[in-house]
Design a protein around this ligand. Structure first.
Ligand code: GLA
Ligand code: ZN
Length: 666
């Protein structure tokens, strides 16, 4: 479904921080930059509600009128991500209590307690008032609730709400004890009020680990649900006055605390803020875009924020090089973005974001490199029109991403501190990226039938129903790959007894007896039957074959020398593969040569730095070819079609200039 008529091009705009003379200048500059949309009212709660019983929309009316007169599309934020001073002063409960038990004061943002009835009441009320006043305007094309939801609260209101949440989930305190295995270290609970929240002075082991993962996991689920409820409350308040404008909230990629698959179910369109660091690999950004597209099973998303030049909050805020903002914008579109929006349109004069890049810089005029690049992109996007809006990615390969697994794996004490969920996902993604294969990021709930190959790195936490779904997928001819640290626990982190990988043993045709953690500098040799010699790192599983066959063995000084390390099991019409370690690139390449060869999925390895991705709409195929480097790249690429950007027919590509892009349509 196409949500917008054109590619929205614009971004966060804060006229309330400026004089009206500057507003007029902004209008002139936006036109010059070919901006067609603005995101407004992101942090204006204190302005539009100066006190408890007083709303004042005079300035906002003026801003909206100015934008409507010039026919800008408006992404309308609800302003609830930063609390007004009067609210915090009168009702201290609205701000959060942190993991250290410290109650926070007024003076920041993203700090509301999601379970504060006062916060809930006023946030809902404000969202409703905005929708009532502005929801009828055709220019309002999207509602943007709050801003970058995140974090946690550990206050008394949250504790009360957590107990209610637990009662609904478990019914009895005995069931809680069982789920969290509270016999461990003699922690049996007899009363709901004995449940204490995760806390640095409680069950915590440092800031990352926990003595009772069942409790910590349930608290994460509860917190994610609580914040999602804030979103739903505001959305529903908007819906009372505006039944059709799409509603979103801006997400943050692989952000850990919130289960974005659950969020996406409640959102009309996914939007996200892309802030790679100077050294973030292009494959990681690609993966994150794919994850954001995957949240609504392939539906295009909004690139709600990116910087036109630099950030201010990273340790090293390098500039995007000439041409790089454009190439990164097209990378987002190549992966399913239907908008290109910036934080921010005008660089602020004070506050901690004064060094954050913007379309209009502190110098104030249009004669800057960044402005010129934005404006050139604006011209191109206007020319592209709506032709690939709504286009889909034709992926046959899926990688499973799951927030409870992310949480569970990283709460586990042992076997190695270096095991990180997102790194493991990216490790596999990168190999497919190198082969220029389109990939979907897939939830455990989604229908798997459209995929030929499903990869589930570190599927640590799995239940019987998910196992049946995986077995069914393989039974019907699917290929399934999973790895070390899979099938280990149930949803409250209790181990599936009877050998690892628990319920996945049947489909994989193996059992794992032990796993050895390798210190960072250690590697083991892996010998593939197909001839390749690879390296293993991080963990080495000790694997026994049941019905499976080995594809590779350890060649090692260790007692598990000659044991299988990569296995394949024919399971009815499909195949299930197990990788009992973290393979290096040679190993992954050998494995995927085997798997993709059987499936007939074509790999197209290009020189490093190039990315080729596909979107489809109707009978048209759009191939995005991007050079992510500051050097020209020579290649020999047979791609025929019309390049929408150079507006030329292309036969064969032999060279791509630094940061250049082609969109070839067939
Ligand atoms: C986030 C926020 C913005 C701004 C930018 C700066 O994405 O949503 O308000 O702070 O970061 O990079
Ligand atoms: Zn709270």
């Amino acid at each position: 479904m196409t949500q917008f008529q054109t590619i929205l091009f614009g971004g966060d705009y804060n006229p309330e921080q400026w004089t009206k003379e500057i507003w007029q200048e902004d209008m002139r500059l936006f036109d010059l930059a070919h901006i067609n949309s603005t995101t407004i009212n992101v942090f204006s709660w204190a302005t539009i509600q100066p006190s408890e019983n007083e709303y004042d929309f005079e300035q906002l009316d003026e801003i909206v009128n100015m934008l409507v007169e010039r026919d800008y599309k408006i992404v309308f934020a609800t302003s609830t991500a930063a609390l007004p001073a009067w609210l915090c002063r009168r009702y201290p409960e609205v701000t959060r209590t942190d993991f250290e038990g410290r109650h926070h004061h007024f003076s920041h943002r993203h700090n509301a307690c999601p379970n504060s009835p006062v916060f809930q009441y006023y946030a809902k009320k404000l969202a409703g008032k905005l929708a009532e006043r502005y929801g009828h305007l055709d220019n309002v094309v999207c509602w943007h609730i709050s801003n970058e939801y995140g974090g946690e609260c550990y206050c008394d209101n949250c504790a009360k709400a957590f107990r209610v949440w637990l009662k609904a989930k478990y019914g009895t305190i005995e069931a809680v004890n069982k789920a969290w295995n509270m016999q461990f270290w003699g922690h049996t609970l007899y009363d709901w009020d004995e449940i204490v929240l995760p806390n640095v002075l409680g069950e915590a082991i440092g800031t990352e680990k926990t003595a009772f993962a069942g409790l910590s996991l349930d608290y994460r689920r509860f917190m994610s649900d609580s914040i999602l409820q804030n979103f739903k409350d505001e959305r529903d308040a908007i819906r009372e006055f505006d039944s059709k404008t799409p509603v979103t909230t801006n997400l943050m990629g692989t952000y850990k605390p919130l289960d974005y698959f659950k969020f996406a179910k409640e959102m009309d369109i996914v939007s996200w803020d892309n802030y790679p660091a100077y050294n973030t690999p292009a494959s990681f950004t690609a993966m994150t875009h794919d994850l954001m597209r995957g949240l609504k099973a392939g539906q295009p998303f909004m690139l709600m924020e990116q910087t036109p030049s630099q950030q201010n909050w990273q340790p090293y805020n390098s500039l995007k090089k000439p041409g790089q903002m454009r190439s990164m914008s097209y990378q987002a579109m190549a992966h399913g973005a239907d908008t290109v929006q910036f934080f921010q349109l005008r660089r602020s004069v004070g506050g901690c974001e004064k060094f954050h890049g913007a379309v209009i810089d502190h110098v104030g005029h249009e004669h800057t490199r960044v402005f010129r690049e934005v404006s050139q992109l604006g011209v191109e996007l206007a020319r592209l029109g709506d032709q690939f809006l709504g286009a889909r990615t034709p992926a046959k390969v899926g990688i499973i991403f799951d927030w409870p697994n992310y949480w569970g794996l990283e709460y586990a004490s042992g076997p190695t501190t270096d095991l990180k969920y997102v790194d493991q996902i990216h490790h596999y993604y990168k190999e497919l990226y190198r082969r220029q294969i389109d990939v979907d990021m897939v939830s455990l709930e989604q229908d798997f039938s459209q995929y030929d190959l499903l990869i589930a790195p570190c599927l640590y936490m799995v239940n019987q129903e998910q196992t049946r779904k995986i077995e069914d997928f393989v039974r019907k001819g699917g290929h399934f790959v999973t790895t070390m640290m899979s099938g280990i626990v149930d949803e409250t982190d209790n181990v599936h007894l009877g050998g690892y990988p628990g319920p996945l043993k049947d489909v994989l045709g193996i059992w794992v007896e032990e796993f050895d953690a390798l210190p960072p500098e250690y590697r083991e040799n892996v010998q593939f039957k197909s001839g390749e010699r690879a390296k293993a790192q991080l963990l080495c599983d000790v694997i026994h074959l049941n019905d499976a066959q080995a594809l590779a063995y350890y060649d090692s000084q260790e007692f598990y020398n000659s044991y299988p390390v990569v296995t394949q099991n024919h399971f009815e019409n499909g195949n299930a593969y197990y990788v009992g370690t973290m393979l290096d690139e040679v190993g992954l390449s050998a494995l995927f040569d085997i798997i993709l060869g059987t499936l007939g999925i074509e790999s197209r390895v290009l020189p490093d730095g190039l990315e080729l991705k596909t979107r489809r709409k109707g009978d048209k195929t759009y191939q995005f070819l991007i050079n992510h480097t500051a050097q020209k790249i020579s290649c020999d690429l047979a791609l025929t079609g019309y390049d929408l950007l150079s507006q030329k027919q292309i036969e064969n590509i032999t060279e791509i200039p630094a940061f250049d892009v082609k969109i070839i349509v067939q």
